[in-house]
Design a protein around this ligand. Sequence first.
Ligand code: NAD
Length: 422
Amino acid sequence: MSSSNFNEKINPYEVALQQLQEASKILNLDNGMFEILSKPKRILTVSIPTRMDDGSIKVFTGFRSQHNDARGPHKGGIRYHPDVTLDEVKALSMWMTWKCAIANIPYGGGKGGIICNPKQMSENELERMTRRFAYLISDIIGPYRDIPAPDVYTGGKEMAWIMDTYSTLKGNYVQPEVITGKPIAIGGSLGRNEATGRGLAYTVREAAKKRGIDMKQATVVVQGFGNAGQFSSKLVEEQGAKIIAASDSQGAIINTNGISMDALMKFKKETGSIVGFGNAKSITNDELLETECTILIPAALENQITNHNADKIKTQIIAEAANGPTTPEADEILYKKDILVIPDVLANGGGVTVSYFEWLQNLRRDYWTEEEVNNRLDINITKSFYDVYDTHTKYNVHMRKAATLLAVQRVVEAINIRGLWP
Ligand code: NAD
């Protein structure tokens, strides 16, 4: 998955811990509080026996990590990928705690994953594995306990199976609020599908203002062309920017005259990849990241910008659609180069914000227009952008440190007010 071998050695949980350590030091957190925040509250590892189409049984391993719920029920996606590890899920659950605190929505962090290769599984196999996983985690999830959502290689289909399995287990009562990212027909929210990209585009708009960048002159490079990458780049294109290069797991393409996002999305839908798109030259993933541009959007997986390539990055703004694409060493290098990083916990917070809107609509069985969803998202994430930006200037630290500082402060405040019991 990673672009180079060295990337695979980086453990995302160690990265998350290092970020927490740095924030704790600035905030003078005591050791006990640091310990609470450094470990998930609960981790469940499950074996998922699944009947394959050829009649054999395959046992997959799945995880659910619930990091902290001082501010509200756990919230976070479920990822299907061969490289899923427990440490990755733990890190992602910690980042979800920060993300919900930065977005100022009443949730804590959670994350789940199954070690599997969904691309090599049939629809029936995926359904059986997903339903069995839902059954195995059904005691620790719930509308007021832990509300999962989609992540890498999961989407509305899997959310619908989990919602149906959970509802059936709990007595055939329909409980759409147990999960978000559902199809509209069963309680999904309008605007949820594009929400991560839309939120990212709003933060880019504000960052461009801060840097005096005219979006009509801006060029954009996007790594990863799935849900987050496609909508991020399409909505940034709508602000007038030109997308000049893009990649997916099969390769990368460039055309400095600009690539139409509608055309590329159509091509990817039809062929399964962006490779082979007309009027564009093939480049490597490393070349893509080092292409000169105004805005770089990493939208694939972790550890793509490291101390090995950060120095070669030639951009003004990095807007992280992916979770954990930049390592702490790379952060320092980018900060010295005066590149403004809009960190994942802020930039891709639109997804969980609209998940929260979906949950609110489900609980009230009262549905909003797409315009209302988008307007509320804009107000919410723009406020978060300035909360983080102001912290960054107040403490004179880079944006990720500022985001973690802000989040840790909010979570610690909730823990202290609630107190420890028993
Ligand atoms: P997705 O499965 O829709 O897309 C992932 C994309 O990355 C695919 O196009 C795949 O081909 C590409 N990819 C995989 N390996 C690559 C490589 N080595 N180089 C370049 N491209 C590669 O997943 P997604 O939902 O778009 O998630 C992408 C990232 O965004 C993840 O880090 C995820 O956690 C994060 N994210 C997604 C959402 C959301 O709502 N979808 C919300 C918050 C964060």
